[in-house]
Design a protein around this ligand. Structure first.
Ligand SMILES: C[S@@+](CC[C@H](N)C(=O)[O-])C[C@H]1O[C@@H](n2cnc3c(N)ncnc32)[C@H](O)[C@@H]1O
Length: 205
């Protein structure tokens, strides 16, 4: 189980945190980030009918909602720490579509293999909140067992932004995907481009 997990659950099962980061977030830039992420995938013509898209640490699935706006004919999967509070902060248009796993990401990938082929796996502002050792394990499981066709990361890619002594730590990770995945494109983030970017990886055949 990831080291910082309890900080995201707090004393209220994540209720107040999920209100900050759900579909109607405390800060407007989070909505902008989601639209940017959805458009980035769309610019690569990846949002094809019937594909399976899985977001780890999805909160209220704001990213999946804006993806679904671009193509409603996709299948959506997600995990986060508390289902009830994620769903309270989810847009109605996707509530009946999202297959949601209430699970710590490390436990999820260690204990399960997906029962469908995942076309696109997303981690956005998520793995940066997990400790380094756990993310090394998560990435290994993804490379060895989950093997999504594409991985989209919107994470902290600058060591300058790393700060682990705050309630919600920001951790820099190396990710080390390149032995199994090819980096296809890097997109600029409008919010804090010096720290964050969008990185799209494709499984090497
Ligand atoms: C900053 S929010 C990001 C939400 C969304 N992905 C986005 O792009 O806006 C981080 C999310 O990661 C979740 N989270 C943190 N640690 C986790 C863990 N170990 N396993 C699963 N989810 C976790 C939190 O509950 C929260 O919903």
């Amino acid at each position: 189980m990831s080291k910082y997990k309890k900080r995201f659950i707090g004393k209220d099962n994540g209720k107040s945190y999920q209100e900050r980061v759900g579909h109607w977030p405390k800060y407007d830039f989070l909505t902008k980030n989601s639209i940017e992420l959805a458009n980035f995938l769309d610019s690569h013509k990846l949002l094809k009918d019937e594909i399976n898209i899985f977001e780890m640490g999805s909160a209220g699935c704001r990213n999946l909602k804006y993806i679904n706006d671009l193509n409603e004919n996709v299948n959506l999967f997600a995990n986060d720490l508390n289902k009830e509070n994620s769903f309270k902060n989810m847009h109605n248009s996707i509530k009946n579509k999202v297959k949601f796993y209430e699970s710590d990401t490390l436990s999820l990938v260690s204990e399960n293999e997906p029962d469908v082929d995942i076309d696109i796996l997303i981690s956005s502002d998520h793995m940066m909140h997990i400790d380094k050792e756990s993310v090394i394990e998560i990435i290994d499981k993804i490379k060895d067992k989950w093997k999504p066709k594409y991985i989209l990361l919107r994470e902290l890619f600058s060591k300058d932004g790393e700060e682990t002594n705050r309630i919600w730590p920001r951790v820099y990770h190396e990710f080390n995907l390149e032995d199994v995945y090819e980096l296809v494109d890097v997109g600029e983030c409008s919010n804090m481009p010096e720290w964050y970017s969008l990185k799209l990886y494709k499984l090497i055949d």
